[in-house]
Unconditional design. Sequence first.
Lengths: 169, 273
Amino acid sequence: MIRNSYFINVIRFVLLILVQVLIFNKLNFFGYINPMVYILFLYWYPIKKKRPAFLLSSFLLGFMVDLFSDTLALHAAATVTIAYLRPTIMRFCFGVNYEFQSFKLTNTTSAQQFTFLALLITIHHLVFFTVEIFSFANTLLILKKTMFFSLATLILCLLLSSLFSVKKE
Amino acid sequence: MQQIINFILRYKNFLLYLVLLAISLALTIQSHSYHQSKFFNSSNWLTGNVYKTTSNITTYFGLGEENKKLVEENKRLRTILFNQKTKDTITIDTTNIHYKVIASQVIKNSYGLPRNYITINKGSKHGVEPDMGVITDHGILGIIENTSKNFATVQSILNTRSRINAKIKNTNHYGSLVWNQKDFNTVQLTDIERLVPVKIGDTVVTGASSSIFPENIPIGTIKSFDLINTQNAYSIDIKLFNDMSSIKSIYVIDNIQREEIKQLEAKTYNDPQ
């Protein structure tokens, strides 16, 4: 059972990187919007796994996407940030009962899942564009980009997560 | 001592997060200097081969279109050739050759980011080196930034760090070509003085004071211009001849005399006088 979920995660890791860099990095909605669907990895990642491993794999995920899109370590910085903040976000979205052994993402209401995903995406994009633009003179530009990209990413992530919904884990 | 260990154990997640964040920020900030990181770019073995494989598959779908473009270019070159008054024999003298051309294909294009890099399928094995110019049949594309054995990354003109010497055709007024990130088919020409007569529709070409590009390679036409009063200079919007979103065949230009020019410049700048 444990081996099984381990393999699922590795396959997800590779597939999400490939899907991101080969399909979604070439979308260019309205000329520049490329949704970052690899965040789904953090959304789907098992809750009871060790945190250092989670942080490291998130960093690696971001870094691989960076390698492919020549953005150095922007994705890595943003991804590792939401990986670190994930328990806090989960407590905010699901209340204290997420710490129970029986907690499963599929048992929660869809509104809770939506908030969880939306928060992950928004924080990720905010960090990403802050580091990318790297100046507070352009705060408006950062917020604008965060908003548009978050919207696109959210829609695509919702579509993808309903397509490949996690049934038992 | 016990307390320090306890502290580390207690906050190990936070410390790990800080370390990883520091690594990524260090890599990013380092990249804000002139050159992209030497190893962490898409010309490396893994990413290069992934892009090459997918590009091998997807190029088939655009093959007809690409063929048409190449025939069009051939037609243009032949027209020039036939209309040129030449003597009966053309002597090719190696001392007169200043530029070598390497043909290549784009395997990854990008135009939506503030700093765009393009990956091509020729590398140091084929003679491609950093700081060579890259053009398409329509106009300039960028400058080689990093090379690996089989691949190279190109700093596109759609990159906030790109500054290329350019001029208005048939004049000697030089400016630099920059990009304001707004539109991927429009770049900006700055530092053109206010005395220069500028007209909408004028062609902009590369200038002579660059050891990377030959002179008079087309860039685009002037779309609109504005006089910046504080700087006494124009800010000119240029519509590119290239469609930056669909680029396949490209040419890398190797200036044979570049080494010599560079050495001379280095010598001049290092001179205390």
